[in-house]
Write a protein that binds this ligand. Structure first.
Ligand SMILES: *[C@@H]1O[C@H](CO)[C@@H](O)[C@H](O)[C@H]1NC(C)=O
Ligand SMILES: *[C@@H]1O[C@H](CO)[C@@H](O)[C@H](O)[C@H]1NC(C)=O
Ligand SMILES: *[C@@H]1O[C@H](CO)[C@@H](O)[C@H](O)[C@H]1NC(C)=O
Ligand SMILES: *[C@@H]1O[C@H](CO)[C@@H](O)[C@H](O)[C@H]1NC(C)=O
Ligand SMILES: *[C@@H]1O[C@H](CO)[C@@H](O)[C@H](O)[C@H]1NC(C)=O
Ligand SMILES: *[C@@H]1O[C@H](CO)[C@@H](O)[C@H](O)[C@H]1NC(C)=O
Ligand SMILES: *[C@@H]1O[C@H](CO)[C@@H](O)[C@H](O)[C@H]1NC(C)=O
Ligand SMILES: *[C@@H]1O[C@H](CO)[C@@H](O)[C@H](O)[C@H]1NC(C)=O
Ligand SMILES: *[C@@H]1O[C@H](CO)[C@@H](O)[C@H](O)[C@H]1NC(C)=O
Ligand SMILES: *[C@@H]1O[C@H](CO)[C@@H](O)[C@H](O)[C@H]1NC(C)=O
Length: 406
């Protein structure tokens, strides 16, 4: 990654702006919506190597008490990080993310994944259709002071060194240099600038979700899943059960959806469906889904769910095995029905991780006045090379959404 070009413009910018109290922090308070809702977006710029970042993140969370935490990770990298954290000898990478996760758990703060999968970034890199962004957006209101951050904690320079070490080896031929510069800019644009936009979008999604949670549009479900191998053949479900699937995308009426299932809790559901032909299931949209592995037999789940689930018919079930491990896997096809049912914290239980609708006296939620003013704080933990770009994108998105409302 050509990290150097990012730092240079940020350095110039940052030295022009008035620094916040800490040089690695920047914040932006959105103007109030017509319902007086505001969000304070705070970005903390970190280095993912051993340095002061972990301590800075811990202090920031304890001092600012954010309502939500956005991490520059995707679900897969998060899981890897959590597995690494049980072993301190492999904890070279991402100590600041681990500190953030631990603080979030201690304070019940929901975590949101801010980044796309590395495969998506790679795909974009090799796709000629990916647009190249010129030039990097600049935050209006406050920027992270990159030079001061680096000077006060020189260890943060380390990730930048590889690109500077390349400099003496650059070929002297100007055309080759030009080609290399274009190549590097393209990599920079796709690897950094495009991801700044993704991170900003997810920070705004986190803010919107927390406001919806406040006015009880959505609800939060936290539960433990026992993944111990002793539970591979769990008790069957009672035949009157209405199980729920939780997916990141809602299903429409008449829409078909294919789901691949291999976790024991879902295979238990597959067994139930095979034994009860004609049984229906619900499908509920999750605004956020985070699973944290604790040890070899326990996972914590933290979901934010919609209050409506669509009733679905089972079209087909087929049993296969997973490619590498050979473990059991089922592929089921659902079709969305016309009926929507209410689901919420009083009607759904999690039977070892399997959501079951146990009663239908929902709809009694206390609706919060739409005009209740709320203020939410979202803290995003991102690498120093992203920090100012993410903030600029957030400002741009807020401005655009205000224009739409006006
Ligand atoms: C929003 O807050 C302002 C100032 O506190 C107040 O004057 C206004 O009535 C509020 N608007 C709503 C819709 O609550
Ligand atoms: C941590 O990792 C090292 C090297 O991979 C391994 O030797 C050690 O057993 C691990 N410790 C734990 C507690 O898992
Ligand atoms: C979270 O709480 C645990 C147990 O009280 C403690 O050991 C840990 O240091 C805390 N984490 C942070 C980041 O404060
Ligand atoms: C951003 O800065 C401009 C100029 O200093 C100021 O007018 C505006 O209110 C600021 N906006 C926010 C949301 O802080
Ligand atoms: C998980 O289930 C196994 C088998 O029933 C049990 O022995 C174990 O104690 C459970 N673990 C937890 C953390 O509940
Ligand atoms: C779903 O399919 C039924 C039967 O074919 C049809 O009557 C209905 O209009 C469809 N609804 C939607 C939303 O497509
Ligand atoms: C479902 O959740 C996703 C992710 O939060 C969201 O983008 C989408 O708008 C939701 N769809 C519905 C119908 O609620
Ligand atoms: C795993 O973690 C859970 C919850 O913290 C605990 O109850 C359980 O005993 C642990 N199991 C093992 C094998 O360490
Ligand atoms: C899994 O195996 C099937 C059949 O051998 C193959 O078609 C498929 O591409 C494989 N999938 C992956 C993800 O490797
Ligand atoms: C940023 O600055 C530009 C030019 O001064 C201005 O048009 C825009 O409204 C500002 N955006 C925000 C979010 O303050």
């Amino acid at each position: 990654m050509p990290l150097l070009p990012t730092i240079v413009p940020s350095m110039i910018l940052a030295s022009l702006s008035a620094p916040l109290q800490a040089p690695y922090l920047t914040q932006f308070r959105t103007p109030p919506t017509k319902n007086n809702r505001t969000t304070t977006h705070i970005i903390i710029g970190t280095a993912h190597i051993p340095c002061n970042s972990a301590m800075e993140v811990r202090n920031a969370i304890n001092a600012l008490k954010p309502d939500a935490l956005v991490l520059e990770l995707d679900a897969e990298r998060y899981e890897l990080l959590c597995q690494m954290s049980s072993n301190s000898s492999t904890s070279y990478y991402g100590a600041e993310f681990r500190a953030a996760v631990s603080c979030a758990e201690n304070n019940s703060i929901p975590i949101f994944f801010g980044d796309q999968k590395p495969q998506e970034t790679l795909r974009a890199l090799f796709s000629p259709a990916t647009p190249i962004l010129f030039p990097p957006p600049i935050p209006n209101n406050s920027t992270i002071n990159v030079p001061q951050t680096l000077l006060s904690d020189p260890l943060k320079f380390l990730p930048l060194l590889p690109s500077t070490l390349l400099l003496p080896y650059l070929p002297p031929d100007p055309l080759t240099l030009l080609a290399l510069a274009l190549f590097l800019y393209r990599t920079y644009s796709i690897g950094i600038l495009n991801r700044d936009a993704v991170l900003a979008e997810n920070a705004c999604h986190a803010a919107a979700t927390m406001h919806r949670l406040q006015r009880k549009d959505v609800w939060r479900a936290r539960f433990t899943i026992n993944t111990s191998s002793a539970l591979r053949s769990p008790p069957p479900l009672p035949s009157s059960s209405l199980p729920l699937f939780t997916t990141k995308r809602a299903i429409g009426h008449n829409e078909s959806r294919r789901l691949s299932l291999f976790e024991p809790r879902w295979l238990r559901l597959v067994d139930f469906l095979s034994a009860n032909p004609g049984a229906q299931v619900g499908l509920v949209n999750a605004s956020n889904k985070v699973y944290t592995p604790k040890n070899e037999s326990t996972r914590f789940a933290d979901l934010i769910l919609e209050r409506k689930a669509r009733m679905c018919d089972l079209v087909s079930v087929s049993e296969t095995t997973r490619n590498v491990s050979g473990d059991r896997k089922a592929v089921i096809v659902l079709k969305g029905g016309a009926e929507l049912i209410d689901v919420d914290e009083s009607s759904v239980i999690f039977d070892n991780g399997l959501p079951l609708v146990v009663c239908d006296d929902t709809g009694k939620r206390n609706t919060v006045n739409e005009n209740d003013e709320t203020e939410k704080t979202v803290l995003s933990v991102v690498g120093l090379v992203h920090a100012n770009g993410v903030m600029a994108n957030i400002e741009k998105m807020i401005e655009r959404s205000n224009e739409i409302k006006l």
